[in-house]
Design a protein around this ligand. Sequence first.
Ligand code: OSB
Ligand code: MG
Length: 368
Amino acid sequence: MKIDSIELRRIRLPLVSPFRTSFGTQTEREVLLLRVRTPEAEGWGECVAMSELGYSAEYTDGVEDVLERFFLPDLRAVDGLTAHGVAPLLAHHKGHRMAKAALEMAVLDAELRIRGVSFAQSFGALATHVPSGVSVGIMDSIPALLDAVDGYLQEGYARIKLKVEPGWDVEPVRAVRERFGDDVLLQVDANTAYTLGDAAQLAKLDDFDLLLIEQPLDEEDILGHADLAKKIKTPVCLDESIVSAHSAAAAIRLGACEIVNIKPGRVGGYLEALRIHEVCRAHGVPVWCGGMLETGLGRAANVALAALPGFTLPGDVSGSDRFYTTDITAPFVLRDGGLDVPTGPGLGVEPLPEALDEMTVSARELVL
Ligand code: OSB
Ligand code: MG
């Protein structure tokens, strides 16, 4: 496939309500979109990097710099690029998986649109509908949290994930269990806010029959997670620590996780995400699809991934209105507690020009 140019477009979307995690509070999402233009089709990529460094070492301005300074010359030097060729082409550049993932996604979208194949088809995903979980931020009070959870349960969400941090863990979990009962699928996400010294506190969560605790310790602390797993009953799930199929295999072997949150943008792209899914399936490790407040573009691809058979737990694939009043694509709307898997070629969705323009902060074209 010949690429003529790549548009780098920054958009800004206000959040419907502040989203607080152990690493900070977001009130808006700035997203870097890539539009790969080829003679036959356009392809869209969405970068999951955030503007700041709370979740990852990558950040939006840095991604733009890496794309232009290091990846562009490689793209110019090659002709006939395919989605499967992106990772090998860029492998000599260390790290920067979020930048790589965004580029690969855009190339894959263009390629599949040309071939008339959907993301889900190309992944070998057979499910047509996937259950939706929702990630619920840290709140100012327990009543405010219970109101939020109540709203999501009324909407039909299949699973609730509570963001936790020291000082906001056992009490919110207890309150949600007391109010909504033991049947609610419930899990927590600490985004690295604890240390192994907090094991006794985290063990207090054992009473609440949680599906999992996500990334309690530092992202590099694989052995700490293995030790913690022996001290608590709640299954440990890794998010930030899983950056590749290699790291997933190592974490599983070391007993650091019983469950994996796969975020395509964090691991270098959907193709590496597929490899992680296979590694986990071979080990009998359940996986679920994480989210990074994606617009409809990234959401479409995540829903397709979540339709694979190893994704046996509901993912953070909520309706567009969980975060945004107006999405840049036709919104993903919750139906029967889940989302329909797009069936059209490529992502199966595209930005609505007016919405896209309205939210655009800047756009520039890198000519190949
Ligand atoms: O840790 O899963 C996380 C959002 C931003 C950064 C990190 C995380 C999250 C979420 C998922 O919890 C939000 C979503 O539904 O997209
Ligand atoms: Mg997480």
